[in-house]
Design a protein around this ligand. Structure first.
Ligand SMILES: Cc1ncc(C[n+]2csc(CCOP(=O)(O)OP(=O)(O)O)c2C)c(N)n1
Ligand SMILES: [Mg+2]
Length: 521
């Protein structure tokens, strides 16, 4: 008979399911779990100084590994601080397991200051919320939670852990027996349906294959390219992919546009095959513009999900084995501009594409440099890109932390706009503390550029007092070089293409984190 605390039982179950990381911001109610991590050596504890860093890092880790990390968060308020990045994680369909500490069950009735509706808060951004039971009963709950989270598609699962259950001694006969989960069966593909889809693609003049989710990894991309070769199709990727493999000899994809007018122009009347991508909608509602950008008759029926999309694309491509290739419509490629003494977003994109090491992971947040980079990323060496899937800003830096924890030997580049970076800037501290291989490139235009673009499109004068006060962040302008240093990340400021080239090259050749503040117009 072994005696363990409830917390130890929980962590042992998670460890036996293969969980390797716990990104935490604990408080008094979670100290039992903190202490129990000492006896769970296969789970790496990492501290995030703000809960949005923890949840965003768990998202980044999941996008790279396909596996859930644990977040450990303090009661309702701590969890609430992590909600925005859980929203993004859900949009990315990332598996995440939140452990949310709660007061001792017998203490709840006292309504002490930190008491709140944890289940209600968690339900807003979780696919499943489970209140853990006491003793060995929680083993099944934890195993079930991890299986659920893993999907596919990945899910956010929140576990509420009462502190008395975590601290209480559990007598167990043996280590909990954990059934190896059976390989999940994905929906069987119907050969006739595949054949019908293949015929529809062949009949359509210059159709579009819009790839998202699981289709944006190598196998899906190569199968899509085979389809495109025969059908003369254009290959597009969703505007904000969770994880897209790009560059090297991978097929080059056009990115779905952002503004609705641009999407409509880009898609035209072409028939569209959605491969694990949602049907195109306008990001915001603009008066006079449609929300749904493709009528149902424009879509080629293709009933697949993230579990079987790759197989479906391969089966489709196999249908065309004996067909002749049709000329493919070449994606628009960006035109190079001559180097200058100043630094523009296009310079940044070009320098990064040129220097990106093989196998790098790029965490992108913000359109200033993100757009130009994605237009050119196919020219870089083979890499992967993660973007802000849910539009809740403050995701880029934490996601980079998660990716660097997932793949310590890869170079992670965080191409990050300055306004968004402020929401979870504490991620820099975790980069320093864990000596993560992350190079942060801050697009320091000292303004909320995208909001100014939106205002200009609506013909609003951005120099008017209120719009200027609420969209400029230049007075005072944040000194990123100093801020990074304060968090323990070596840093430098650049304002020319030449200086960026030099500093990026240097940063990519050292271990540990580095921040480059790029002064942009
Ligand atoms: C959580 C959250 N708060 C606020 C916003 C609204 N918002 C969208 S973009 C943006 C500012 C972006 O500025 P920055 O990151 O500097 O980007 P850039 O200048 O490159 O456009 C804001 C405040 C949001 N999307 N999410
Ligand atoms: Mg900005």
């Amino acid at each position: 008979m072994r005696e363990r605390t409830g917390a130890a039982v929980l962590l042992e179950a998670a460890a036996r399911c293969g969980v390797k990381l716990c990104i935490a911001n604990p408080g008094t109610t979670e100290l039992g779990l903190v202490h129990a991590l000492d006896d769970a050596p296969s789970i790496r504890p990492v501290l995030g100084l703000f809960e949005g860093v923890c949840t965003g890092a768990a998202d980044g880790y999941a996008r790279v590994t396909g596996k859930p990390a644990l977040t450990l968060l303090h009661l309702g308020p701590g969890f609430a601080n992590g909600i925005a990045n859980l929203h993004n994680a859900r949009r990315a369909r990332s598996p995440v397991i939140n452990i949310i500490g709660d007061h001792a069950s017998w203490h709840l009735a006292a309504d002490s200051p930190l008491t709140s509706d944890i289940a209600g808060l968690a339900a807003a951004v979780s696919d499943v919320v489970i209140r853990l039971e006491r003793g060995t009963a929680m083993v099944d709950q934890v195993v079930n939670a991890i299986e659920l989270a893993q999907g596919p598609p990945g899910k956010v699962v929140s576990l509420i852990a009462s502190s008395d259950f975590m601290d209480e001694i559990v007598a167990m006969n043996d280590a909990p027996v954990i059934q190896a989960s059976v390989e999940k069966q994905s929906a069987v593909l119907d050969s006739r349906e595949i054949e019908t889809t293949a015929q529809a693609l062949l009949k359509a003049p210059a159709p579009i294959v819009l790839l998202g989710g699981a289709a944006l990894r190598e196998r899906g991309l190569r199968a899509a390219a085979r389809i495109a070769d025969v059908c003369g199709a254009r290959l597009l990727m969703e505007c904000y992919p969770a994880y897209a493999e790009m560059g090297g000899d991978l097929p080059c994809l056009e990115r779905l546009a952002y503004f609705p007018q641009d999407v409509l122009a880009q898609l035209g009347q072409a028939k569209i095959l959605l491969a694990d991508a949602k049907k195109p909608v306008s990001y915001f509602g603009y008066a006079g513009q449609p929300s749904i950008l493709t009528p149902p008759e424009q879509l080629i029926p293709f009933r697949v999900d993230s579990a079987n999309v790759v197989q479906a694309l391969e089966r489709l491509a196999d249908c065309f084995t004996n067909h002749r290739r049709r000329p493919r419509i070449a994606p628009r490629t960006a035109i190079a501009v001559p180097a200058s003494d100043t630094l523009t977003p296009i310079d940044v994109a070009e320098v990064l594409c040129e220097h990106l090491p093989e196998g790098a992971i790029v965490s992108l947040e913000g359109s200033t440099c993100g757009g130009p980079f994605l237009e050119r990323a196919h020219r870089a060496k083979r890499h992967a890109v993660m973007t802000n899937t849910g539009g809740a800003i403050g995701q880029g830096l934490p996601c980079a932390v998660g990716a660097a924890l997932a793949q310590p030997h890869a170079k992670v580049i965080c191409l990050q706009s300055d306004g968004s970076a402020q929401y979870t800037v504490q991620a820099l501290w975790t980069m320093a503390k864990e000596n993560l291989n992350a190079v942060v490139l801050i697009s320091a235009n000292h303004r909320y550029g995208i909001l100014q673009t939106e205002l200009k499109r609506a013909l609003v004068d951005i120099s008017s007092p209120a719009t200027s006060r609420l969209t400029r962040i230049d007075s005072p302008s944040v000194d990123w070089e100093a801020l990074a240093r304060a968090y323990g990340v070596p840093s430098v400021k650049v304002s020319s293409r030449c200086a960026l080239t030099r500093e990026l090259d240097q940063a990519l050749h050292i271990d540990g984190p580095r921040l480059i503040e790029m002064t942009l117009p």
